[in-house]
Write a protein that binds this ligand. Structure first.
Ligand code: BGC
Length: 429
């Protein structure tokens, strides 16, 4: 079958963000930041307080870190050695859902079941030791309203989680109760942070000049250190929940996809950029080209990555992936269009994410020159998706011109665990 070239061009156009639009999005993001600081009700950014600033790098001691933010939950025992050094002493990880066996993230599961499962993992991480005292830092990567470093209430599930009885609850209370049921009263949760905050803490533990932390993975979100320059307030990291940013122009497919998602109307930016959703949008667009509108075939961002990387002469890898998911066998010319579609989606994603970073950089700079800085990013899309990183850098230059020379991005791999340990250490102050 040969794709309809006009239809293909239209789809590519719909997924393209040109320079003018990119600049408008960055400016709108900055506007929402300003509004969010003055009056959060007028902003599409939640601007959630974390009750933590940046670490000094001199934090030391052994802590437990719970990293809970996607299907895979990890518990680590981490020794902070100061001077930006640390060692992971023990690490256990398990998925919250194994198809056909158990599922703690679906609607049918309860908060108790989910946290009992997590407490079981904590037990493994301490090797069944029910007497040594441990402080636990909890990276909980969902929008949560905090009143202090311990107390965070889940506002709303994202990333298609649906476990009942967690929204509106203080997550560390649920965890604490489960630890108690497990006989782990020696483990004390003292801090809960978003994964973006964890990334920023982890990066700032190791190096100076980091003020923005971001996750670019299954989900997407960014935090930054708000200096509160003209007020008596201490500098504090704010979790923007930027995945909820609204001032975008979602195209037809974005809108259709949103309507069929677990939470329509929520997380509009996230649904356009993150790994959890990109594969689905790609599949929806491909279905139109295959004249099977309405299907999406279950493509993942890993499929997209493999398609983009296919440099075989006949584009046979692409043909194979598409055939396995859709049942259609494509000619080389169509496979090349499929590759271009995947590239276009990744490039759009990277550009939108960058517009949000630049909105923050402009806001922090005020009317002056942006500060020299590293933007700390963790996540599979940033780390592994071809074209993501280079398009972030390209969009930074496009928006910041020469000033982009002072700004780069750093991979903060595993920041969710390390950041949780640092937050636990900082909770003692
Ligand atoms: C959540 C954020 C989180 C991000 C990355 C989003 O769905 O709302 O809290 O930081 O995913 O994990």
């Amino acid at each position: 079958m040969a794709f309809d070239k006009n239809q293909f061009d239209d789809i590519i156009r719909e997924f393209t963000v040109d320079g003018g639009r990119l600049r408008e999005i960055a400016a709108d993001f900055r506007y929402d930041l300003q509004k969010g600081l003055e009056n959060p009700a007028e902003s599409s950014l939640r601007m959630l307080k974390s009750y933590v600033g940046l670490p000094t790098g001199a934090e030391t001691g052994e802590y437990l870190a719970l990293d809970f933010g996607g299907t895979n939950v990890r518990v680590l025992r981490i020794r902070l050695e100061g001077n930006g050094k640390f060692e992971v002493v023990r690490k256990v990880a398990k998925p919250l859902k194994v198809e056909g066996i158990y599922d703690f993230i679906g609607e049918g599961s309860t908060a108790e079941q989910m946290f009992d499962f997590i407490a079981g993992l904590v037990d493994e991480a301490v090797d069944g030791d029910h007497s040594t005292k441990y402080l636990l830092g909890h990276t909980f990567s969902f929008p949560s309203e905090q009143t202090n470093l311990y107390n965070a209430k889940l506002i709303i599930w994202t990333k298609e989680f649906a476990t009942s009885g967690v929204e509106g609850q203080v997550v560390n209370d649920l965890l604490k109760a489960a630890l108690h049921r497990q006989g782990l009263d020696n483990v004390e949760p003292t801090a809960v942070i978003n994964d973006t905050v964890a990334v920023l803490l982890a990066a700032a533990y190791k190096q100076p000049d980091v003020y923005i932390g971001s996750i670019y993975a299954t989900g997407h979100n960014t935090c930054y250190l708000e200096p509160y320059a003209d007020s008596a307030e201490q500098p504090m990291i704010l979790n923007l929940e930027s995945g909820g940013f609204m001032k975008l122009i979602p195209n037809r497919l974005d809108q259709e996809f949103d309507q069929n998602s677990e939470k329509p109307g929520e997380q509009r930016l996230e649904k356009m950029v993150s790994g959890r959703y990109m594969g689905e949008l790609f599949g929806m667009a491909l279905a139109e080209l295959l004249q099977e509108k309405g299907r999406s075939y279950g493509f993942t961002s890993i499929d997209m990555s493999n398609i983009i990387l296919d440099d075989s002469a006949a584009r046979s890898k692409t043909a194979e992936i598409v055939a396995a998911k859709t049942g259609h066998t494509l000619e080389k010319a169509d496979c090349e269009m499929v590759q271009q579609l995947a590239q276009t989606l990744v490039i759009r994603s990277a550009r939108l994410v960058t517009a949000s970073y630049v909105g923050i950089i402009w806001q922090l700079a005020g009317s002056g020159k942006p500060q020299k800085q590293h933007i700390a990013i963790d996540g599979s899309v940033y780390e592994k998706m071809p074209l993501a990183k280079e398009n972030i850098l390209r969009a930074l230059s496009e928006l910041l011109g020469e000033e982009a020379a002072d700004i780069d991005t750093v991979l903060e791999n595993g920041g969710s665990g390390l950041g949780a340990a640092i937050a636990a250490a900082m909770s003692q102050k």
